[in-house]
Design a protein around this ligand. Structure first.
Ligand code: DOR
Ligand code: ZN
Length: 347
């Protein structure tokens, strides 16, 4: 018997589209199902100014196949030299939705990130004043801190102090991976939200490391213990308005993943919505998928919900998703959840 679920057209509140040949290859994978996405600015060089964001937005729209509709929500990469007035002007014009804080060295292309958080205080004060959200990569980079503890330590040492010194700053903790992250969001008022990726609802650290190393499951923040995955599942499927979907779909060509020093990132744009239907069904929470993927994000970002819908259909046989997509730079492996999935999605 076929089962269907129709939800509001979803958004992706954390997405890597890259540029050039890779942008051309991955953009349709997202635009097929999603109305909008928060576009990560960690290009080389990063998207730092309003002018750079406008140029990148034009390149994204030029890469959109005709007949598809998609609204890229642009983000500025916060550096110690970011000008508060440039940020405010780019926000007021509607060009830029948020600013992204990467601690220097935390992840792919984050070398220009913030080392001294006092230096960005004027920008954060301005953002609090105008109600502009700050997206945060929540990991410390101190080499002495174990990689599995970096999110929890970031909350104590960086995020909580920033929120105390900049009251009213609206913060999205991006791609939370721990129970600590879930608890921190829950214990705070509605000016704090969090995105959760599809893959962190599915894998724990054993999936990366047991039975041979699986480079396509390696991302940052790295997947943690099972108890953390379960806390993320409970948060995502609860309907709590502070938690919403940000896939962090992050394409790297296979040669860069399957390497002696493999890049971080899981490419989930192609099958994210079917995988989420599977996860939410497994937890008896299909009725909460609309909140997580389509309603909570716009509410936090103070944007209207998308017009249009997405219909998810459960079929009798497992769905054969493509194993790879082709880009001009080389093949990109699509995230494989490791179990059969029976759901498809049609916009
Ligand atoms: O896994 C990740 N990949 N995490 C990030 O924070 C960056 C991203 C990328 O750009 O590849
Ligand atoms: Zn990311």
């Amino acid at each position: 018997m076929t089962q269907t679920l129709t939800i509001t057209r979803p958004d992706d509140w954390h997405l890597h589209l890259r540029d050039g040949a890779m942008l051309n290859a991955v953009l349709p994978e997202t635009a097929r199902h999603f109305g909008r996405a928060i576009i990560m600015p960690n290009l080389v060089p990063p998207v730092v100014t309003g002018a750079q964001a406008a140029a990148y937005r034009d390149r994204i729209l030029a890469a959109l196949p005709s007949g598809m509709s998609f609204d890229p929500l642009m983000v500025l990469y916060l550096t110690e030299n970011t000008d508060p007035e440039d940020v405010a002007a780019a926000h007021a014009s509607g060009l830029v939705t948020s600013v992204k804080l990467y601690p220097a060295g935390a992840t792919t292309n984050s070398a220009s990130g913030v080392q001294d958080f006092d230096k960005v205080r004027p920008v954060l004060d301005k953002m609090a004043e105008i109600g502009m959200p700050l997206c945060v990569h929540g990991e410390v980079t101190d080499p002495e801190i174990d990689i599995f503890d970096r999110e929890a330590v970031f909350i104590d040492r960086v995020l909580d102090p920033i929120r105390r010194t900049t009251p009213g700053l609206r913060v999205v903790m991006e791609h939370i991976t721990t129970k600590d992250g879930v608890d921190y969001v829950k214990s705070n008022p509605a000016d704090l939200g969090a995105t959760i990726t599809t893959h962190h609802l599915i894998i724990n650290r054993n999936h990366i490391l047991v039975g041979g190393i699986k480079p396509h499951y390696y991302c940052l923040p790295v997947a943690k213990r099972e108890e953390h995955r379960l806390a993320l599942r409970a948060a995502a499927t609860s309907g709590d308005a502070r938690f919403f979907l940000g896939t962090d779909s992050a394409p790297h060509v296979d040669a860069a993943k399957e390497s002696g020093c493999g890049c971080a990132g899981c490419f989930t744009a192609t099958n994210t919505m079917p995988l989420l239907a599977h996860v939410f069904e497994e937890d008896g929470a299909l009725d909460k998928l609309d909140a997580f993927a389509s309603k909570n994000g716009p509410a936090f970002y103070r944007l209207p919900e998308n017009p249009g819908t997405l219909t998810l259909t459960k079929q009798a046989e497992p769905v054969a998703f493509p194993k790879k997509i082709t880009s001009g730079d080389g093949p990109v492996t699509v995230f494989d959840p490791g179990f059969p999935v029976y759901w498809t999605a049609q916009g």
